[in-house]
Design a protein around this ligand. Structure first.
Ligand SMILES: *Cc1c(COP(=O)(O)O)cnc(C)c1O
Length: 409
């Protein structure tokens, strides 16, 4: 058996699921550069630049801003294990899969999770959160997901952070899917602990989780009575590697994923070159075009216009469609990956991502025509020939005939 194993050559997919998104060749090339030691003087300079670029995408001046050497889930745990101690109460909002994971985290830290639940496909109800904070004085933190990737809903992070502050609680924000694709204004919102991931709108390879902590949160970490139960994610130890202490040189904590960090540096640099505001606008325009196209075809997005995510559209699967088969046709015939439903939405929706490098007019047009071809092949009744022009009208203006003069607008 082992003698039959040869080099792995992955297929060239177009990634339009809930992450990972397409990774730009510039990022892949950066990751192929020679490996240096994780304390090499040249690498220490790169680490500082990554922190600076992360502050830019998070829109923050927070000193404690760094990439955790593990995926988004580890960024989530970093926030909970460092801030929550046994006996703490945390108000956790749940309107999809990821809020449920926050509850797990609180309980494993020995805390009590007070759940505020909303229907899947709806935004977090601010009144219910206010009631929960009032009913639980002394709440340590309010935790919520900004962009729910399981449903495609964006919640009002600014107001939620303000509410937490008004009640003397910290805010813990999941910005895994929002960062880079929707405004994440850490300082303006007064958010205290925010975590993200590299493989969604940052369009880097999976496996790293950027996090940022306010000075308020940093003070809480320093005043802990109990040690952080995770040795690997304990920020007081990790910081000895990511910052220069008082005169002390940086010291080994774990071996950083050196080449993966080259990739992160390059992907953040690409966002800085584009301008983060332009990235938000691009995500919004492409998503508007995709949704207009689907509607023209006769398909329905799950989430209403005012709260839908620009980086991920949940699309209701029409009656009679064999869901796994539809995704297999998209993959086999078009090399196109889209996501299926998660949890309560399993089998009911497709999840179509337009994240980072996967948010381009070319992705929109390909997805619409591939979906049209696939549903036709499956004998599903749809409006033919209307989707692409509807999207083109939004992308390029005019009658959608493809006049390129307005493309740059
Ligand atoms: C993807 C995702 C995560 C988990 O990130 P991983 O990198 O898969 O660990 C957490 N929260 C949200 C909202 C996500 O979309």
């Amino acid at each position: 058996m082992i003698n039959e194993i040869t080099q792995f050559t992955p297929p060239n997919r177009i990634l339009m699921g809930p992450g990972p998104s397409d990774v730009h060749p510039r990022v892949l090339q950066a990751m192929a550069r020679p490996t240096v030691g994780h304390l090499d003087p040249s690498f220490v300079g790169l680490m500082d630049e990554i922190k600076e670029l992360l502050r830019y995408v998070f829109q923050t001046e927070n000193q404690l801003t760094l990439p955790v050497s593990a995926p988004g889930s580890a960024g989530m745990e970093t926030c909970f294990v460092n801030l929550i101690e046994p006996g703490d109460t945390v108000v956790v909002c749940q309107n999809g899969v990821f809020g449920g994971r926050m509850k797990e985290n609180v309980e494993r830290c020995g805390g009590t999770a007070v759940m505020v639940e909303d229907e899947w496909g709806h935004a977090i109800d601010l009144n219910k959160v206010e009631d929960a904070l009032k009913a639980n004085p002394g709440t340590k933190a309010l935790a919520f997901v900004h962009a729910e990737t399981s449903t495609g809903v964006l919640s009002d992070a600014r107001t939620l952070c303000e509410m937490a502050q008004k009640h003397g609680a910290l805010s813990i924000v999941d910005a895994v899917t929002s960062l880079g694709g929707s405004p994440v204004m850490v300082d303006e919102w007064g958010a205290d602990a925010v975590y993200s991931g590299t493989q969604k709108c940052l369009s880097c390879a999976p496996g790293i989780s950027p996090v940022t902590f306010s000075s308020r949160a940093t003070d809480v970490i320093q005043a802990r009575k109990t040690p952080v139960q995770s040795w690997f994610l304990d920020l007081s130890l990790v910081m000895n590697y990511w910052t220069d202490g008082a005169g002390a040189p940086r010291s080994y904590h774990h071996t950083a994923p050196v080449n993966a960090l080259y990739g992160l540096h390059e992907s953040l640099l690409m966002i800085r070159e584009e301008g983060i505001e332009n990235s938000w606008t691009r995500h919004r325009r492409n998503s508007d075009a995709l949704r207009a196209g689907f509607r023209a075809m006769g398909l329905d997005p799950l989430v209403s216009e005012d709260i839908h995510l620009p980086q991920l559209t949940t699309l209701k699967v029409p009656e009679g469609v064999d869901k796994p088969k539809s995704r297999k046709i998209l993959l086999d015939n078009y090399d196109l990956e889209v996501g299926g439903g998660l949890g309560g939405l399993a089998g009911k929706v497709w999840r179509i991502g337009l994240m980072g490098q996967s948010s381009t007019p070319a992705h929109v047009i390909l997805c619409l025509s591939a979906m049209e071809g696939t549903l036709k092949e499956m004998g599903i009744d749809i409006v033919e020939g209307a989707a692409v022009p509807a999207a083109q009208a939004i992308l390029f203006g005019g009658d959608g005939s493809g006049g390129s003069s307005q493309k740059a607008a």
